[in-house]
Design a protein around this ligand. Structure first.
Ligand code: URA
Length: 247
């Protein structure tokens, strides 16, 4: 079956689809011995020989894991400062997988890992609108005006954030437990959004990618995902906020 070249590269776990386009443009990809620099060429990976930097692409079996990342772990594949890395938690998994998006060292919760670059692209690119749900404990009490500002989008480093959803789950004297749903993945975005309206984040947990929820997975554990789990990522049924105060 013919597929776009960048999709084949991404599916082979080489890189994301966007990066694949750059690699094609810079002449690092050959099909049947011919350099390809045009985008969108359709190829048949079963019948054609595709190479990247001289090495043949062989489609690996796709694997999808959901890890409950503990605090204190970095989501990079190696760390110059020698801090614990999430892949060290994947006991028994020999496939080379990479995290779908990042979580800060001090953030815990749902982290997908896969060798499927194409799926990773679809989850991370804002145009696919996969919602990432977080639960944040923030300093102070969030006013309705600030919650609305966060929902409508605020300027972060000169760029407006895409619309978000905010629910207040619990209010204490000087602390609020909030759920926030965003479909972007800028660096430290949730922390920066709350800090921008004067509420530093005290703790942060990711609860779901789309309709795929972390559930009762213990911290530091992972499970292998099935096809129906992947389908949930793109399903929009988000029942997380039932019966909670809605701003
Ligand atoms: N937003 C953050 O601020 N940190 C994360 O780890 C994820 C989203």
């Amino acid at each position: 079956m013919k597929e776009r070249l960048q999709k084949v590269l991404a599916r082979a776990g080489i890189c994301s689809r966007r990066k694949a386009e750059e690699h094609i443009q810079s002449g690092r990809v050959f099909v049947d011995g011919q350099k390809v620099t045009e985008q969108g060429l359709k190829v048949d990976p079963e019948r054609q020989t595709i190479t990247f930097d001289g090495r043949e692409i062989v489609s690996e079996k796709k694997i999808y894991l959901l890890l409950n990342k503990p605090k204190g772990y970095v989501t990079t594949l190696n760390d110059p400062q020698n801090r614990p890395i999430v892949s060290s938690l994947l006991k028994g998994i020999s496939d080379r997988v990479f995290p779908v998006g990042r979580l800060d060292i001090d953030t815990e919760g749902a982290l997908l890992l896969t060798n499927d670059g194409d799926l990773s692209f679809r989850i991370l690119h804002p145009s696919f609108e996969v919602k990432k749900t977080y639960q944040a404990s923030i300093k102070g009490r969030l006013s309705t005006e600030n919650a609305i500002a966060l929902e409508q989008g605020i300027l972060l480093e000169g760029k407006k954030t895409w619309p978000a959803k905010i629910r207040i789950l619990k209010e204490k004297k000087n602390e609020t437990l909030v759920q926030i749903i965003i479909h972007e993945g800028r660096k430290r975005q949730v922390r920066k959004m709350f800090a921008a309206v004067g509420h530093p984040v005290l703790s942060l947990q990711r609860l779901a990618y789309g309709g795929l929820q972390l559930g009762p997975l213990p911290s530091g554990s992972f499970r292998i995902l099935e096809k129906n789990d992947i389908d949930k990522i793109f399903s929009d049924k988000n029942l997380l906020y039932k019966n909670k105060k809605h701003i």
